[in-house]
Design a protein around this ligand. Structure first.
Ligand SMILES: Cc1cc2nc3c(=O)[nH]c(=O)nc-3n(C[C@H](O)[C@H](O)[C@H](O)COP(=O)(O)OP(=O)(O)OC[C@H]3O[C@@H](n4cnc5c(N)ncnc54)[C@H](O)[C@@H]3O)c2cc1C
Length: 370
């Protein structure tokens, strides 16, 4: 049997790193800013004024029209440490804007500045209505989440991979199946929080992976990885971000009868994982059935689903006496996004579910380690 090994990442070139940085911190042109303007209010900020406070639940999204704002984080001893400075046309924010997590950073004006300020609700409205902007912003947020957290020292029990440093463990902590908004968000949080993570499945916009031609151009483009060579390069480089990323592959079979769980890829390789997040979305029904159904046939009946294949989770999952949110009828197998029964079929809701499920995965892994 051909088994997937968690091998070392190939070295990355400065040019590729620069390209990724540019996608994580893009500069919006005049036309894009004009599209965003009706959703926000223009404000002025004096040097030193704080726009966002680390730890506060209240968050907002800012596009810098003129000036400089600095992003700072609080060190353990209370001192503020500068992470980066945003300039004209750049924007603040991260995936945390779609979750209930408090602000991870403080944002402060460094010069007399003019900004466009959007509340969380206004940002959501903008992202749902303005797809070109949504792609730029969501791709940047995902890359920031991964890049930012991997740079900083991150104490605590969740650095599972570091705790095993030096040991080659081919069993993944988490396999995320499906690389749409829900799966990408889940993999970004999991990898940045120290879980050895594998993401299988590509972006919706490629159309061919899921066969959902009707959805071409819909927000699954957030990776911006829409052609074969680019996807392959992403696959080669992904483990630098802490996630092993197989965007060109699909999962064809799942075996829930043994633990660690096993999934088979379409190229015959097999992956073992201690936990699984299913984020394979939905697809058009079979011929003559216009309704959408969940993309879950590959689970081969191992999870409790409704008639359209949408996965039951939490209390609705058969046999779950002590239900964990997002957990299916199979312990340690979670479902998020469109494939989950009862989920809100919105791209932002899917991102929030992907991010939130990772917390529950940590709890499952912690409990099963004892
Ligand atoms: C016609 C239509 C229009 C919509 N319009 C809007 C809208 O305007 N605004 C909005 O917010 N939402 C809209 N939605 C809903 C939105 O598309 C979904 O809520 C969102 O895409 C769900 O994200 P997801 O990550 O759960 O699944 P998806 O985006 O479906 O992503 C699933 C991913 O899993 C991959 N995959 C599938 N099977 C496998 C496998 N076996 N192995 C590996 N990978 C696999 C797919 O290729 C895909 O990349 C629309 C949906 C439809 C159907």
């Amino acid at each position: 049997m051909n088994r997937l090994a968690a091998g070392p990442a190939p070295a990355s070139s400065p040019a590729n790193l620069a390209a990724l940085h540019a996608q994580a911190f893009p500069m919006l042109g005049r036309a894009m800013i004009d599209r965003a303007a009706p959703y926000g209010e223009e404000i002025s900020a004096e040097p030193g004024s704080v726009l966002l406070n680390s730890g506060d639940a209240e968050a907002a999204f800012y596009i810098l029209l003129q000036g400089y704002v600095e992003v700072l984080e609080c060190e353990g001893d209370g001192a503020m440490h500068s992470l980066l400075v945003h300039r004209d046309g750049e924007f603040t924010g991260s995936l945390d804007l779609f979750t209930d997590r408090p602000n991870a950073v403080t944002v402060r004006a460094d010069s007399p500045s003019r900004l466009l300020r959007l509340s969380r609700a206004a940002l959501e409205a903008l992202l749902l209505a303005e797809r070109p902007l949504a792609e730029i912003i969501l791709r940047a947020f995902i890359l920031r989440r991964i890049g930012y957290l991997r740079q900083r020292p991150y104490g605590g029990a969740i650095l599972r991979s570091a705790a095993r440093a030096g040991q080659e463990d081919p069993v993944m902590d988490l396999a995320v199946i499906g690389g749409g908004p829900a799966g990408l968000a889940a993999a970004a949080y999991a990898a940045s929080e120290g879980l050895q993570t594998l993401l299988v499945g590509g972006s919706l916009s490629c159309g061919d992976a899921s066969g959902m031609s009707a959805l071409k151009g819909f927000p699954g483009t957030i990776t911006g990885l829409c052609d074969g060579p680019l996807l392959r390069r992403a696959e080669d480089q992904s483990s630098r971000f802490g996630a092993h990323f197989l965007p060109l592959r699909t999962v064809s079979r799942f075996d829930g009868g043994c633990y660690p769980y096993r999934v088979w890829l379409d190229d015959g390789r097999m992956i073992e994982a201690r936990s699984l997040i299913v984020a394979t979305g939905m697809q058009e029904g079979k011929a003559g059935q216009p309704a959408l159904e969940a993309n879950t046939a590959w689970l081969d009946g191992w999870l409790d689903t409704d008639d359209q294949g949408y996965i039951h989770t939490g209390r609705a999952a058969a046999g779950s006496m002590q239900a964990r949110a997002y957990e299916s009828s199979q312990p340690g197998v979670f479902a998020v996004g469109a494939a989950r029964a009862g989920s809100v079929k919105h791209v932002l809701a899917s991102i929030a579910e992907g991010a939130a499920a990772v917390r529950v995965v940590h709890r499952f892994l912690d409990a099963s380690a004892h």
